[in-house]
Design a protein around this ligand. Sequence first.
Ligand code: ATR
Length: 330
Amino acid sequence: MSGRMTLKTLGNSDIKISPIGLGCMGLSEFYGQPISEKQGCELILHALDQGVNFFDTADMYGGGHNEKLLAKALNTRREEAVIATKFGIVRENGEYARTISGKPEYVRKSCHESLRRLETDYIDLYYIHRVDKNTPIEETISEMSRLMEEGKIRAIGISEASAETIRRAHAVHPLSALQSEYSMLTRDPETEILDLTNGLGISFVPYSPICRGLLSNWKPSEDKSDFRNMLPRFQGEAYDSNKTIADSLARIAEDKGCTLAQLSLAWVCAQGENIVPIPGTTKIKNLDSNIEATQVNLSNDDLTAIETILTANTVQGNRYTDEGMKGVNI
Ligand code: ATR
């Protein structure tokens, strides 16, 4: 499979990434009880063997567990990987409550801690996980720029930022990636952000491109360790209504001979050359299927059929809780 994937350049950097990455968050927490570390390492190495080199983590996933897992898996193969990690969400381990910090001294401290957990001398792509309203973005980016001069990070990214913040940040130091939620059921970036990132040469990295499993076969449950069970769009009637949209889309996938998850990935990729999704999975079978999705081509007729369904149906419920929504588009 690896031979069929043409590498892309990550934003305004010289880093080469596979056209699809691996979101590692669910290997540590948020999506129910995680798989074992051994299975997590096997999955990461399988991705690498298949040509997926773009690994997404964050300091706060599992309170550092996710970065350590990546270090353990990559071990002697670190040079083959492009590691993207993030700072800025400050939370007590296991708690959802959080504060945000983009203060220069916090940036530097976080970077050093991530380097230690990742057992590496450099982070390929360092993201601001959420924008700190109380620290001018210029101050945060300036410190990241210094980390870059020191060779500690190779590229700068930002997540869930507004167009204005992206412009201001990019003016201080060219950004290489914007990571925000984007899928057939979460189309917020289409109003302004997709064109903006494309115009500035910034890679757009959609997280939750399968809408956290709504565009596959995940179903809500009573499991408190799965934070999707708290999200508005997975509640009761909202979920039932959203599932109907997913079912309609699944029929298009069936006609094309692919799965709905694959259709979802092909759809985000079709929205721009600079788009590199990072679906999360805990299963080798699904990882292989996601890699195959890079070979699914959507015709204009396919895209029109999808658009007809999406414009005829409004997704019910926000993608985050009210508290979570306060942290996006800043
Ligand atoms: P996130 O970026 O937040 O991880 P996502 O990529 O939109 O979210 O969706 C992740 C969900 O899709 C997970 O529930 C994952 O389940 P598994 O861990 O069981 O794979 C599911 N998922 C990912 N790839 C899939 C595939 N090819 N087929 C079916 N489900 C898939």
